[in-house]
Design a binder for this molecule. Structure first.
Ligand code: 13P
Length: 256
């Protein structure tokens, strides 16, 4: 399985800035066969960047999309419209869930629509600070996986990526804390057990699981060596060229 290094640019960079930044990344980036480098720019930059990107070196992801392919849905963009532009799409990011009110039902439909349109969904899951304090992490992760993947048949289950992003560890969240590698290991165990229950052992082992939450060059190595973790998903660090490149190099070293 490849190791994934995914940068979520969130609402940062206009088209020109995004293009310059992509140019700089590609200039610095060797072609690492077993490290899949992915960036998720703002929607408006996807089309121009899709013409600029060197797909041997890296891939594009959308940050969101809507589950209907077309129709009366003002302001939305469909997975169908993103076909050919992106290889991946983030779904159910905590900012979509908690700022924009996306519920489990909608997230499940989005995962299904992504797979239907041959775009790999990166389904983001994770508990909040208070859920963690009340010992609800296991139930929360199980619920999010069960409903996020409820429309995905076993034949398609290996077309999905999961990203464990505890909300309390995301750098932009007030009072964010660093997750200990042991916290991540516990969560990965829950995630793989749940996949095993929902599908089977083979799927439980085959689905890549990423970790996200204040990942930077000084802690990336520790997270990437947690058993069962197959990559990292960054916000803040993906916006700083030297940090993003450092993390890609750490991923390469961890692999070899
Ligand atoms: P940070 O790396 O800034 O904590 O953001 C994580 C995240 O939300 C990536 O999707």
């Amino acid at each position: 399985m490849k190791t994934y290094v995914v940068g979520n640019w969130k609402l940062n960079f206009n088209i020109g800035e995004a293009s310059i930044y992509l140019h700089k990344i590609q200039k610095k980036l060797p072609n690492y066969r077993d490290v899949e480098v992915v960036v998720a720019p703002p929607l408006i930059a996807l089309q121009p960047l899709s013409l600029q990107i060197d797909r041997h070196k890296m891939k594009l992801s959308a940050q969101n999309a809507f589950y209907c392919d077309y129709g009366a849905y003002t302001g939305e963009t469909s997975f169908n419209q993103l076909r050919g532009l992106v290889d991946y799409v983030l779904i159910g990011h905590s900012e979509r869930r908690y700022i924009f009110g996306e519920d489990e039902k909608m997230i499940g439909k989005k995962v299904e629509a992504a797979v239907r349109n041959k775009i790999t969904p990166i389904l983001c899951i994770g508990e909040t600070e208070s859920e963690r304090t009340f010992g609800e992490t296991r139930d929360k992760l199980r619920d999010q996986i069960m409903s996020g993947l409820r429309n995905i048949a076993i034949e398609d289950a290996d077309k999905v990526i999961l990203a464990y992003e505890p909300v309390w560890a995301i750098s932009s969240v007030k009072g964010a804390k660093l997750a200990a590698p042991d916290d991540v290991a516990d969560a990965v165990k829950i995630i793989r057990e749940t996949l095993g229950e929902l599908y089977d052992k083979k799927v439980a082992e085959a689905v890549p699981v990423l970790f996200g939450g204040s990942v930077n060059p000084s802690n990336a190595g520790a997270y990437l060596t947690v058993p069962g973790i197959n990559g990292v998903l960054m916000g803040g660090s993906s916006l700083i060229l030297s940090e993003f490149i450092d993390i890609i190099e750490i991923a390469k070293r961890v692999r070899s």
